[in-house]
Design a protein around this ligand. Structure first.
Ligand code: BG6
Length: 479
């Protein structure tokens, strides 16, 4: 049965500065953690527990040039507008605004760049959705303070967000405080700028770092609403539903333990306090969070306006995981589900899981939701088409179509959803593996894993498909 999405539904695409801007050292930009992880932000090969971290940027790091959005933003935004985007998610690179992170005055050239981008979006009536920190902590904050392990980061982050909230108060309405904030438990360097190797990082220090980010997020929400009461501030988490491998009650308990590790973050953001289940976990692991004066009040009084999340895949869990094959995942993962197919990178494809996640979040919080990442990373082949080079990416269309139909189901279930942005609407560098060949876009970018390529942009088959989906308010999904 055909369903029409609400008229004001925000259709669009999503990106992150470090994965597509390039210009890593232009106009006063400082280095970020991404500039020293040429192989991606999670362990490069099996057996490693930490990503490869170089002392200084190295030439093999594709993120340094990205896809050069910094110089091509007009062309790219025109293509997004042609598809009919209502919203475009991007991040502000913190190190463009505060190159080291701890200086007192911002870098004007960095601020001016985002002014130009927001003005260009405005020309087409595209609403920006801005992530304040998307895996791009200034490197200096990592090397000098050990990132979010230090409470000092709260003050530096506050100065940064205050600066951008003030500067763009009439240009941006929707903000996300930290990308996939729950990922810090699994990728402390990429996500939290914490350089202590994983095997040496104590649970105490890790959860204290989590606390610093949560307090910083609440503080940002407070400052944002003071600067512009109409701002909509969201948290952003990795959503990954888990299924029990069997009907064994202990498997269901394993599911709950896994999901609670993720709910912890949205629970605190939305309900303003640590949930009881984590108190037991803390006790059993000798973790005692150091609350500074005022932290509890900040968390309680400045909860988020909406919940946003990335959704790529689901997993299975069991009380005896060693009995099963472990699957690959988006930063976190679990057991392979025998009922699901996987992408070339082993992420299991589960459209119905998205409907479940939407219902679970909405039942739990009754806050508006926003799907800010979803999509299929795949290898594309450029072929000649009637209008020039293109990609016949039916596999991507199939993935997105099935997920969007489930989004439609969730809307009919009564879920309140602000919008949907596909990940990497234009090809960009992968966060986990730093490859360009892991492509998500509607727009192909001519750049290869060895850094060669002209950077020319070509429309894939999915470009026109998504354009029609947006133009028909989703009705064409049911053809
Ligand atoms: C999310 C991140 O984890 O997934 C993005 O927020 C990332 O930065 C995306 O790019 C897809 O993951 P990957 O590893 O395929 O780039």
């Amino acid at each position: 049965m055909t369903y029409t999405f609400p008229k004001d539904f925000l259709w669009g695409g999503a990106t992150a500065a470090n994965q597509f801007e390039g210009a890593y050292n232009i106009d006063g930009k400082g280095l970020s953690v991404q500039d020293v992880t040429p192989q991606g932000g999670i362990p490069a090969k099996p057996g490693d527990r930490n990503p490869l971290i170089t002392e200084v940027p190295t030439e093999d790091n594709l993120k340094l040039e990205g896809i050069d959005f910094y110089h091509r933003y007009k062309e790219d935004i025109a293509l997004f507008a042609e598809m009919g985007f209502k919203v475009f998610r991007l991040s502000i690179a913190w190190s463009r605004i505060f190159p080291n992170g701890d200086e007192l005055e911002p870098n004007e050239a960095g601020l001016a760049f985002y002014d130009k981008v927001f003005d260009e979006l405005d020309k087409y009536g595209i609403e920006p959705l801005v992530t304040l920190s998307h895996y791009e902590t200034p490197l200096h904050l990592t090397r000098k303070y050990n990132g979010w392990a230090s409470r000092d980061l709260i003050g530096f982050y506050e100065r940064y967000v205050r600066t951008v909230f003030t500067r763009y108060k009439d240009k941006v309405k929707y903000w996300l405080t930290f990308n996939e904030v729950n990922s810090v438990l699994h990728a402390p360097f990429m996500s939290g700028g914490i350089e202590t190797p994983v095997e040496e990082l104590s649970k105490q220090d890790l959860y204290q770092a989590v606390h610093h980010e949560l307090v910083a997020s609440a503080l940002a929400t407070k400052v944002a609403h003071e600067i512009n009461p109409d701002f909509m501030i969201g948290c952003m988490v990795i959503a990954m539903p888990a299924y029990p491998m069997s009907a064994h009650p202990l498997d269901q308990l394993a599911v709950r333990d896994f999901e609670n590790q993720n709910y912890l973050f949205s629970d605190i953001h939305a309900r303003g306090k640590y949930p009881n289940y984590i108190k037991r976990f803390f006790k059993e692991n000798d973790i005692e969070i150091d609350f500074a004066e005022g932290d509890a009040e900040l968390l309680a009084e400045h909860t988020v306006d909406f919940i946003s999340f990335s959704y790529y895949m689901s997993v299975a869990q069991a009380h005896n995981p060693e009995a099963y094959e472990t699957g690959k995942g988006n930063i976190l993962g679990g057991i392979s589900n025998p009922f699901l197919e996987a992408s070339e990178w082993g992420w299991q494809i589960d459209p119905v899981g998205l409907r479940l996640v939407l219902n679970d979040f909405y039942d739990r919080y009754q806050l508006p939701l926003f799907i800010v990442e979803n999509g299929l990373g795949a290898k594309d082949v450029l072929v000649d088409g009637p209008d020039g080079p293109t990609v016949e990416d039916d596999y991507r269309i199939d993935y997105l179509q099935k997920h969007l139909v489930q989004v439609g189901e969730a809307l009919q279930d009564g879920v309140e959803l602000l919008g949907y942005t596909t990940w990497g609407c234009i090809d960009l560098v992968s966060a986990s593996t730093a490859q360009l060949s892991k492509r998500y876009g509607f727009i192909y970018v001519d750049r290869n894993d060895d850094g060669t390529g002209t950077l020319a942009r070509y429309k894939k088959k999915s470009f026109n498909w998504y354009k029609e989906v947006i133009a028909t308010d989703g009705a064409s999904l049911y053809k």
